[in-house]
Design a protein around this ligand. Structure first.
Ligand code: HH2
Length: 261
């Protein structure tokens, strides 16, 4: 999954893709690099980010989704707002990526009215304050229980399991320690029997471990995503698709190699 931010303040590439044309060009480059899904977002969810009004978010993402869908791209909308989900799905998006896991009133209904796929992500708290004092007794068990609960809520709303992807939400109300424990035990989330998505690209945990600035986290990101794939992640949400594709080509060649040949 390639990240297409149409935001002036996203933590990793804010401002660069501020206009629709640039975002579309960037998305097409990610596709060329081997992305299967393009995740278009008009509101940053970085720690401390300020919420964007509905009409501004739509103004940012709509032309990008329309153009990409017209070209046959598989488009995901990264939003917390049910109204934005509806507009994006009408415009041709086929997946909703919601850091709130459809907890916003009206979100379950917005997705249930479509046949779109959904990524349900765990977050403790709200982006505005989530990194202030994250606290868990058992982070893996709690994230797993939360995701199981959201899967149940989706099924009760008529969104069946075949449409769901789950995500531990690295960096969303988690310390470095929490992130590392979740990554190490990602296979326990995979036990829920749904595809697991890992989003670690350029995140601060990589900076904490390497001392690198945001724009210098490509290698550490690839390593972190491979650690996730090794523990059962089926989707990775990345800024640099080309680097991830190369890493996966090697990974898959090793995994698929038959013994004795
Ligand atoms: N991380 C961000 C945004 N959306 N969605 C999922 N499913 N998983 C994630 O880990 C995830 C996500 C990060 O926040 P943002 O500030 O929007 O930055 P960017 O989109 O550049 O990663």
């Amino acid at each position: 999954m390639g990240i297409v931010n149409v935001t002036p303040d996203s933590f990793s590439d804010g401002g660069r893709l501020g206009d629709a044309q640039a975002a579309i060009q960037h998305a097409l480059k990610l596709l060329e690099d081997g992305a299967d899904i393009l995740d278009v977002g008009g509101e940053s969810t970085r720690p401390g980010a300020v919420a964007v009004p509905f009409d501004e978010e739509v103004r940012r993402v709509l032309p990008v989704i329309e153009a990409l869908a017209r070209q046959g791209c598989v488009v995901s909308i990264d939003t917390r707002k049910p109204e934005v989900m509806r507009v994006a799905l009408d415009a041709g998006a086929v997946m909703v990526n919601d850091v709130m896991a459809l907890r916003t009133p009206g979100a379950l209904e917005a997705v249930a009215a479509s046949d779109a796929a959904v990524c349900l992500m765990h977050m403790q708290g709200e982006p505005e304050s989530m990194q202030q004092s994250p606290c868990y007794a058992d982070v893996v068990a709690e994230v797993k229980r939360f995701l199981q609960g959201r899967v149940g809520a989706c099924e009760a709303a008529g969104i069946n399991r075949e449409r769901l992807v789950i995500d531990p939400g690295f960096g969303f109300g988690k310390t470095l320690q929490h992130n590392l424990v979740l990554l190490k035990h990602l296979d326990r989330l995979a036990e829920l029997g749904l595809p697991v998505l890992a989003g670690l690209s350029r995140k601060s945990m990589l900076g904490m471990l390497t001392g690198r600035a945001v724009e210098e986290r490509e290698f550490s990101g690839v390593a972190a995503h491979l650690a996730a794939v090794a523990r059962g992640a089926r989707l990775v949400r990345v800024h640099n698709v080309a680097a991830m594709r190369d890493a996966l080509a090697i990974w898959n060649a090793v995994e698929e190699q038959q013994d004795g040949t």
